[in-house]
Design a protein around this ligand. Structure first.
Ligand code: NAD
Length: 479
């Protein structure tokens, strides 16, 4: 696969190309950097000594070579590359993408350093933009003006046909991994989704969709009523297919509405956060919050199908991504052996959101959760081992209000320390796990201390406390 990015200076082509290179495990080339390397001169010096025409010739030579090459690559081109008609022809053949950014934003972002065409005046960027706009717009355009870097990466990669499929081997729940599946949703289905997912991927969603608020707010009875109304208004029958496309809040909510509307209709999930792909969409627990109680009303009922699009999680913000990663690491700890080793060896690539490493990580996490849930569907024993990190994590979450997944990271650090002190863990294992958690859990979370009395207060309200006021730490061999 060859990806060519075109666009104005300051639009972020190089940063995005570097990220894409890590995501797809393909090399990246910045044409300007390549010219500077070959000539051993900065671009402004090439312009000064030899003039723009000479520079454009060098640019064209490199582009022609890259186009002849069949190797997969992501290329960041110089802003003025489209001025040359020969270059435009090559770039069109290569399906180059124009990264469009509003000129005012470009002016804020661009630096004057090594930008000879700006002639030391940022205002010039507006005129250059107006002159080139029509040429840029001859290419497939992705408007990234209001997108984060990761959102831009995801939007760019959805323009390509990226293959990455895997079936999860389970007779218990039908789950598959299919990159780009958000682009081929069943057209007659009815969709529940969140504002953010609609903003990013709305163009791929079927017409009949109910867009709900982002986050936990959706898991409220008022939105359940709204959802029933929406289904009735659209004459939805039990045989229609309802899709939950979003994070865990959307899959929990859709599962609940789908399980109760007309005593249960067909529903499937397209989970779009890492946490929902490896956890919330798996195992059949659905539900909403009521009053101040989380997940207190719900059902245990499997969706017809779960289709995981690993490309979709590229657009997550860092915090939401890390929340899912911590949950997956917990799964690797529970699983041990090959999955634990895999995580250890590939953690940095997973953190860089390498698509292939991430997909395998998702697959193993899902398999692990299914292995446990299958043995304890109604949550009466073994399933409680999934609470690793959650017991103390919940107290931390209640005391600080910090996001759930990050709080679980804090809980894992403390629980692992406890297991080590109790001699359930060897020193080598303990240090290794501690080291990984040091990398995963953000500084601002790790360093928060909460008072012991607060821990006891919140622990005593935890639903996992038995009548004897003891917390049971489940071990797979403890029966
Ligand atoms: N049913 C279960 O077994 C189970 C297990 C774990 C968690 N949960 C539930 O899951 C919920 C948390 O799920 P979550 O962490 O996915 O949070 P979430 O659903 O609130 O999503 C987090 C944010 O990410 C946005 N988002 C979703 N997909 C995106 C994408 N591809 N790109 C960019 N942004 C995107 C959402 O709109 C939201 O703003 C909680 O309600 C929890 O109770 C359920």
């Amino acid at each position: 696969m060859k990806i060519f990015l075109v666009g104005m200076m300051g639009s972020g082509k190089t940063t995005l190309a570097k990220k894409i290179s890590k995501v797809l495990s393909i090399p990246y080339i910045d044409i300007d950097e390549e010219i500077e390397k070959n000539e051993n001169l900065k671009i402004k010096d090439i312009f000064e000594r030899y003039g723009e025409e000479y520079f454009r010739k060098l640019e064209n030579d490199i582009l022609e070579k890259l186009a002849e090459n069949t190797q997969s690559i992501v290329v960041s081109t110089g802003g003025g590359i489209i001025l040359n008609a020969k270059n435009r022809t090559i770039l069109k053949k290569e399906n180059a993408i124009y990264l469009s950014v509003a000129p005012e934003k470009l002016k804020d972002r661009v630096s004057l350093e090594n930008r000879p065409v700006l002639a030391n005046n940022k205002e010039n960027i507006i005129k250059i933009y107006q002159d080139r706009k029509e040429l840029y717009e001859q290419f497939k355009t992705v408007d990234i003006t209001n997108l984060t870097e990761w959102e831009s990466v995801a939007k760019i990669l959805y323009q390509y046909d990226i293959k990455n499929d895997a079936e999860i081997d389970s007779s218990f729940q039908k789950v598959s991994i299919n990159a780009g599946s958000l682009k081929s949703l069943p057209p007659d289905s009815i969709v529940f989704t969140s504002e953010k997912v609609n903003e990013l991927y709305g163009e791929y969603l079927p017409q009949k969709k109910l867009v709900l608020p982002n986050g936990e707010k959706t898991k409220d009875i008022s939105f359940v009523i709204r959802a029933y109304e929406y289904l009735l208004e659209n004459n939805v029958s039990r045989d229609n297919l309802l899709l939950g496309i979003g994070g865990g809040t959307i899959t929990d909510f859709t599962g609940f509405v789908g399980s109760t509307y007309k005593r249960g209709m067909n529903f499937s999930f397209y989970p779009t956060t890492l946490l929902s792909q490896i956890d919330a969409a798996i195992g059949g627990k659905n539900g909403i919050d009521f009053k101040k109680y989380k997940n207190v009303v719900g059902t245990i009922n499997l969706p017809k199908e779960v289709i995981i699009d690993p490309l979709s999680i590229l657009s997550l913000n860092d915090e939401t991504f890390i929340e899912g990663l911590i949950e997956g690491y917990k799964m690797a700890l529970i699983s041990g052996n090959d999955f634990y080793e895999y995580f250890k060896e590939n953690m940095h690539e997973i953190l860089n959101r390498n698509l292939y490493k991430l997909s395998f990580f998702i697959k193993r996490s899902v398999e692990e959760k299914l292995r446990i849930v299958e043995q304890d569907f109604k949550d009466t024993g073994l399933r409680s081992c999934l609470n690793l990190g959650h017991t103390l994590g919940h107290t931390f979450e209640a005391a600080t209000g910090i996001a759930h997944g990050l709080s679980v990271g804090w809980g894992l650090i403390k629980e692992i320390e406890f297991f080590y002190k109790k001699k359930y863990l060897e020193e080598k294992e303990y240090l290794e796990i501690k080291d990984t958690l040091e990398t995963l859990v953000p500084e601002k979370v790790k360093n928060i201390q909460i008072e012991e009395k607060d821990i006891y207060y919140y622990l005593s309200n935890d639903k996992k406390i038995g009548a004897n006021q003891k917390i049971r730490f489940y071990h797979e061999n403890s029966g």
